[in-house]
Design a protein around this ligand. Structure first.
Ligand SMILES: [Zn+2]
Length: 396
């Protein structure tokens, strides 16, 4: 059962020193260093082993643990199930991601998510907003990724407004390609209305990228993926987005979507602006094995969390790792410290998404927290606290 917390003990994910955190009214009232002795004497005997960090915010979730947000029709219960299951992965806020589809299907999906947030307290707590990825993306093979070509279309503000109105303004992030005529005007309107505009699945020229940034785009979606196999070596949209200091960028750091060197370069180029996303699918969190999916067909999920087309390990079929395991990938490869990786999965995306308050481990920060144990088998989420309430706990 959910427990309202007032005091928790553990170690700060930044300093690794023992801390006592007081919670009140869904925020951190105070945080103070304490002694090794006092942490050892708390009722939670394992507290000295726990690292406490801001809860994870995943800006891109297509599904999880057998539940797929792009099934048709999407039912509100699916959103609730994913909300609850992601708590076991330390994710306190997520953005259900609706991809390119027919106008009617997108309408139905965004309305189902909005309905979930009226019906279920779990969804109200966990859903930060809807991420609409498409349909205003590139029609090009490669850049388009797995998005269905027949539903790709140029940016259409009236159409977007109809979806937005129908779901009560819940679309908070839109991923589009600025290669279309009129894209800059769309971006200006969307960002003025408070929606975060992300560049992704694009064939845009460097000039079009710059125009999009000037019009208000602030994010690059899964930079380096959803892109062409071959690009001009100098003038291309990846360099241009890396060079645009205004842009935050997300990357899928599951260890399979991008080579280590590229992830390292991304992080060095965008200090304080790099964000990890899972891009999780309905098969993320499932038992390794062979599956048949409605989008990808026959796929295999390996024990390492790689999701690929069956019989072709080089052809990825989406992402098979949750966000905490994307954090772990960076730390296990020595590409980031745990504190840095947790910030890229918690504090930074929370701030970018314009959610209320700040996801920081200090007085006044939101009481969305994750308690993590580092073991020889990797990171384990032992407890998740949402708005001061324990929503997941395990003794394992
Ligand atoms: Zn994508």
């Amino acid at each position: 059962m959910a427990t309202n917390e007032t005091v928790i003990y553990g170690r700060s994910y930044q300093s690794r020193k023992p801390v006592r955190i007081e919670l009140a009214g869904g925020t951190i009232k105070s945080i103070a260093e304490t002694s090794e002795r006092s942490i050892a004497e708390t009722s939670d005997i394992k507290a000295s082993e726990y690292l406490i960090a801001p809860g994870l915010t995943d800006l891109q979730v297509n599904g999880y643990a057998g539940f797929d947000l792009n099934t048709d029709p999407l039912i509100p219960e699916t959103v609730r199930e994913i909300s609850v299951k992601l708590w076991s992965e330390g994710v306190t806020t997520f953005f259900p991601t609706v991809i390119t589809n027919s106008r009617e299907n997108i309408l139905r999906s965004v309305c189902a998510i909005a309905e979930a947030c009226q019906l279920f307290p779990e969804a109200v707590a966990a859903v930060g907003g809807i991420h609409l990825e498409g349909p205003f993306i590139s029609p090009d093979d490669g850049a388009r990724g797995a998005h269905p070509a027949e539903h790709v279309r140029p940016p259409d503000w009236n159409l977007f407004s109809r979806w937005q109105e129908a779901c009560g303004g819940m679309i908070r992030i839109i991923t589009l390609s600025p290669e279309w005529p009129g894209a800059a005007d769309f971006i200006r309107r969307a960002s003025e209305s408070g929606v975060t505009v992300a560049i992704g699945h694009t064939s845009a020229t460097p000039e079009q990228i710059r125009e999009a940034v000037a019009a208000g785009a602030t994010l690059s979606t899964h930079l380096g993926n959803g892109s062409h196999q071959m690009l001009p070596r100098h003038r291309n949209y990846i360099w241009e987005q890396l060079a645009a200091d205004e842009l935050f960028a997300t990357m899928i750091s599951d260890g399979f979507h991008l080579p280590d060197a590229l992830m390292k370069v991304f992080m060095r180029t965008k200090p304080g602006r790099m964000i990890l996303v899972s891009d999780a699918t309905g098969l993320t969190g499932m038992t390794p094995g062979d599956y048949n999916t409605h989008i990808g067909g026959k796929v295999t999920l390996t024990p390492e969390g790689k999701l690929h087309m069956r019989g072709n390990p080089d052809m990825l079929a989406g992402s098979g790792k949750s966000l905490i395991h994307c954090v772990e990938t960076l730390t296990s490869k020595g590409l980031a410290t745990l504190a840095e990786a947790l910030d890229m999965a918690g504090r930074i995306p929370y701030g970018l998404a314009g959610l209320p308050g700040e996801a920081v481990l200090s007085g006044g920060g939101v009481a969305d927290l994750v308690l993590i144990r580092e073991g020889i088998d990797g990171l384990r989420v032992v407890r998740t606290i949402k708005a001061g309430v324990t929503v997941f706990r395990t003794d394992l």
